[in-house]
Design a protein around this ligand. Structure first.
Ligand SMILES: Nc1ncnc2c1ncn2[C@@H]1O[C@H](COP(=O)(O)OP(=O)(O)OP(=O)(O)O)[C@@H](O)[C@H]1O
Ligand SMILES: [Mg+2]
Length: 316
């Protein structure tokens, strides 16, 4: 069960947000709506996501292989003439090029992209990592062993895992934030609980919100069924919506099945469902369907379609 105590601080479980000890360039600061992935830690050391005063986010890509690979992936989508690859652009954050910033006297190359939580007053964000196989096919055995046991229960049942999320409970105004340590311990049922709470369903499913999520997931699925260009390992789908909008919706007393979806029809009530994290996307040399990703995505769609029935407190 999730702890529902109101929280006023951003916390990532036992993981520390060690950004305080870094010196940031002007106009750049740590990105507070980051829910998963590499964080600011001096010990390892790793660098987290950042936010530029101009409104975009910066993803540091210091790794000599994964960095250029992810940049090339975005660039390919910018320059391709292939209509299917062009289509993918609508399901990923807008790519805004790269920028090298100086962090503690070291140059760090970053990918600049649209912040999908931009202008959200009460940002609810969830990172769902897609696929049971989160390692590349030629990964060393030690890496495979480590990856296999991570998030094992959730991946075994659902084919995906939840390395991080945050949401505002629209009923009592509390804020919940959970990081990868919580995700790694998550059981299959707790994953349902997390998704249920994330969409603020405890006091009635918000039909418009879940309908919009499903609509967008199905579009990604339709694209993915056709693509034979890439294999996506350890990539995520990032969900984001503004609890501020759902509040209005709750006051209207709408719930799942009560009628037409309304949240996503409002101009200022954007619900984002984006594919992110392409550091481990490889060319699909055998031209086969990426079943690792596709099966997981299908299970995620199934879970959202059956959220009410799957919710532990609703089942006998
Ligand atoms: N475009 C975006 N807008 C808003 N938030 C984002 C965006 N891209 C990433 N994030 C946030 O940053 C987190 C980490 O992103 P990502 O998964 O790309 O990095 P990572 O896992 O550290 O990278 P890698 O696996 O490539 O080393 C996500 O979980 C999400 O919270
Ligand atoms: Mg990631």
């Amino acid at each position: 069960m999730l702890d529902k105590e109101p929280k006023t601080m951003n916390m990532m479980d036992e993981d520390s947000m060690d950004s305080i000890s870094y010196i940031f360039p002007d106009n750049v600061k740590p990105f507070v709506n980051q829910v998963a992935g590499h964080e600011f830690t001096k010990a390892k050391p790793t660098i987290g996501m950042m936010k530029h005063a101009d409104g975009y986010v910066l993803k540091p890509v210091p790794h000599p292989v994964y960095g250029p690979r992810e940049i090339n992936f975005y660039k390919t989508l910018e320059t391709t003439c292939d209509p299917l690859l062009k289509d993918l652009k609508q399901y990923i954050p807008q790519y805004l090029g790269t920028k090298t910033i100086e962090l503690d006297n070291k140059d760090v190359r970053c990918i600049c992209m649209e912040d999908i939580t931009k202008d959200f007053k009460l940002p609810c964000v969830m990172d769902v990592k897609i696929g049971v196989q989160t390692w590349e096919p030629d990964a060393p055995q030690e890496k495979i062993n480590v990856e296999k046991v991570k998030y094992a229960a959730c991946k075994k049942r659902w084919g995906f895992c939840i390395p991080g999320f945050q949401y505002y409970n629209v009923t009592d105004g509390s804020f919940m934030r959970r990081g990868k340590d919580f995700g790694k311990r998550m059981s299959a049922q707790e994953a349902i609980q997390a998704l249920y709470s994330f969409v603020n369903a405890e006091h009635g499913i918000k039909y418009g919100l879940v309908a919009s999520i499903l609509e967008q997931l199905r579009k990604i699925h339709a694209w993915f069924r056709h693509q034979r260009d890439f294999l996506f390992f350890s990539s995520s789908i990032l969900f984001a919506y503004d609890a501020e909008n759902v509040k209005l919706f709750v006051d209207e007393g709408e719930s799942w099945g009560d009628g037409e979806s309304s949240v996503h029809n409002e101009p200022d009530s954007k619900i984002s469902v984006c594919m992110i994290d392409f550091a481990h996307v490889l060319p699909n040399l055998e031209n086969k369907v990426d079943t690792n990703y596709l099966t997981s995505l299908e299970k995620l769609i199934y879970v959202f379609e059956n959220l009410t029935e799957l919710y532990p407190l609703n089942s006998s």
